[in-house]
Design a protein around this ligand. Structure first.
Ligand code: PLP
Length: 288
């Protein structure tokens, strides 16, 4: 039993434990030198994993986009179960699965690992919400069609641009970002999906705009549908965001945070609804 990070290296034949306090990845690994790889973040709450199958579906879709081989889900899942067992006193774990293209000039086998550690406590931000700036992502909403090599919609390791956008938000005095397309659509956050409410209609941008298929977005739609709201994927004009009744950024570990300020203007927030949504997202007994 431990509250320390637990690391397993994974390959097609099984998994083995590594020591996360020691250097582990080769300095010529394509993941380290080029960000050439994929990842997934899994939230484990009281030992349960909401939307696990959806995360494996997305990991495999990302692998397909980068022409990386698949590692059998049963190997990942057994390593995951072992990592959870060793943390049975920890209420919330954040688990990262990573697969890179492997080491330069070696055989072509990928480097893959699973790292499980206690999740950061996001209780305060779930209550307070975030201020957000819209930032141009620099692509049109149909860029993925003509340029699949941009890997839009894959959860790949090259998150330096997302991190740069978050630093720009911070320079502008904001906490987070909503990316927009060059043709004026709202897209997603650098690490979250966008949910928009107008009256009883709840919307999110469609994946054809080159955004990640959010697993928390899917669970969020389930929440709103259970309360009688209509839900749909839609093109959401960035210029219309400021007149919405509510905006949230949702993701698996931080869960739902309300946008209380958008580009310097106050937005309506419903603290009770946000709290209810977050309990739905945490509810480890609800069938997916
Ligand atoms: N969009 C991006 C770019 C992300 O990085 C993430 C999560 O990391 C999400 C959306 C939300 O995905 P999920 O709800 O599956 O965590």
């Amino acid at each position: 039993m431990t509250a320390s990070p637990v690391l397993f290296f994974v390959d097609a034949s099984g998994f083995r434990r590594g020591d996360p306090r020691q250097p582990q990845v080769n300095v010529t690994d394509w993941g380290a030198t080029r960000g050439d790889g994929i990842f997934e973040s899994i939230s484990v709450i009281a030992g349960r994993m909401p939307a696990l199958a959806a995360r494996f579906d997305r990991l495999e879709a990302s692998a397909g986009a980068l022409d990386l081989p698949l590692i059998d889900r049963s190997i990942w899942t057994t390593a995951l179960a072992r990592a959870i067992e060793t943390h049975d006193a920890v209420d919330r774990l954040a688990v990262t699965l990573v697969m890179t293209r492997g080491v330069e000039n070696a055989d072509s086998s990928p480097t893959a690992w699973l790292l499980a550690r206690p999740a950061r406590d996001f209780t305060a931000i779930r209550r307070s919400g975030v201020s957000v700036v819209t930032l141009d992502r620099g692509y049109a909403s149909d860029a993925a069609d003509g340029a699949p090599w941009l890997l839009l919609g894959a959860k790949h390791l090259s998150y330096a641009t997302n991190a740069a956008a978050l630093r720009e938000a911070s320079r502008r005095g904001a906490d987070d970002v909503i990316f927009t397309s060059t043709d004026g659509l709202a897209l997603e956050g650098p690490t979250s999906s966008l949910i928009v409410r107008r009256g009883d209609l709840v919307e999110t941008p469609g994946v054809e705009t080159g955004i990640l298929a959010g697993t928390t977005q899917a669970t969020t739609f389930g929440f709103f549908e259970s309360k009688g709201y209509r839900t749909r994927f839609a093109g959401i004009r960035a210029a219309d965001l400021s007149t919405c009744d509510a905006l949230w950024l949702v993701s698996s570990v931080r869960q739902a945070v309300a946008v209380h300020t958008l580009d310097g203007r106050a937005m309506p927030v419903d603290d009770a609804l946000t709290a209810e949504l977050n309990s739905w997202l945490s509810d480890e007994t609800r069938p997916e």
